[in-house]
Design a protein. Structure first.
Length: 279
């Protein structure tokens, strides 16, 4: 077997693991119950409107897809994990909008050069392992003068810290895979796009999460609903001491961010970045 075929086979295996991970649990519920408004925030920032041709990359169950379609835009949603589309299709019907759904890898999008007026992703493409390949595809499928918009969890924010907390317990990623929260670092994203984009605007903001009674309730919810957390626990399923340690670490993390009184209230920081495509 050649080095090239070895690389292709390893990449296919990695993508299969990613697809399986996001199919675990119930990510559509996480998106709908924990961060229901984030997609609309991104859509508004991108100026999506009637007649625009929009691509939502790593769309999941359509957290940004549906708000984009509600503006009158023509929207295509794609994701590596098509198991998430059932919920998205149901929401589209409920809102009376039409959406095209496609299984697709963010690092190798099956669309033509310059096909879309707006290319966006809400806490989606940040989880593709090869950041430069992803950025290259986002610019490729966006027309010259079109808009690229990304909403990503920051490294310092709650989700970035949660992923860092789980990392010692999870299977090690391939050496060429980059950490998802780097997409929440403005300098990193600017470097990925380089001079292919102009008019970059970036701001950090927070989404308030007040759904949980206490840190332990948060932990148990993510243990059963969120794919990356489920994978971390499965990897240590035969080690009760490590399970207890991860239980403590996740609850302690939520406790550090909690500023509520009767219930747990947290602010989860994200980076919202938009740019004009030059290429």
């Amino acid at each position: 077997m050649t080095a090239l075929s070895d690389t292709v086979e390893a990449d296919q295996a990695l993508k299969a693991k990613h697809r399986a991970m996001w199919a675990l649990g119930d990510y559509p519920s996480v998106a709908a119950e924990i961060i229901p408004d984030l997609g609309a925030v991104l859509v508004e920032a991108c100026g999506v409107g009637p007649g625009a041709r929009v691509l939502d990359v790593a769309a999941g169950s359509g957290n940004a897809t549906i708000p984009a379609a509600l503006t009158g835009a023509s929207v295509v949603a794609c994701d590596l994990t098509p198991e998430l589309f059932a919920s998205g299709r149901e929401h589209a019907v409920q809102h009376g909008v039409e959406v095209e759904w496609h299984e697709a890898d963010a690092e190798a999008l099956p669309f033509a050069d310059g096909e879309f007026d707006v290319v966006l992703s809400c806490v989606g493409v940040m989880f593709a392992p090869h950041h430069q390949a992803t950025a290259d595809e986002l610019t490729r499928v966006c027309r010259p003068g079109g808009t690229i918009g990304l909403l990503s969890w920051t490294p310092e924010g709650f989700l970035g810290q949660m992923l860092a907390t789980m990392k010692p317990y999870a299977p090690p990623p391939p050496p060429d895979a980059q950490p998802p929260p780097l997409w929440g670092d403005e300098n990193h994203v600017r470097t990925l796009f380089g001079d292919r984009v102009t008019d970059v605007t970036a701001r950090r903001d927070n989404v308030r999460v007040d759904r949980f009674d206490d840190p332990e309730t948060f932990r148990e919810y993510f243990k059963t609903h969120y794919g990356p957390t489920i994978v971390a626990y499965r990897g240590i399923a035969e080690d009760p001491d490590r399970i207890d340690a991860l239980d403590r670490d996740l609850a302690d993390l939520a406790r550090r961010f909690d500023y509520g009184t009767d219930t747990t209230v947290m602010d989860w920081e994200y980076l919202l970045l938009t740019a004009r495509n030059r290429s």
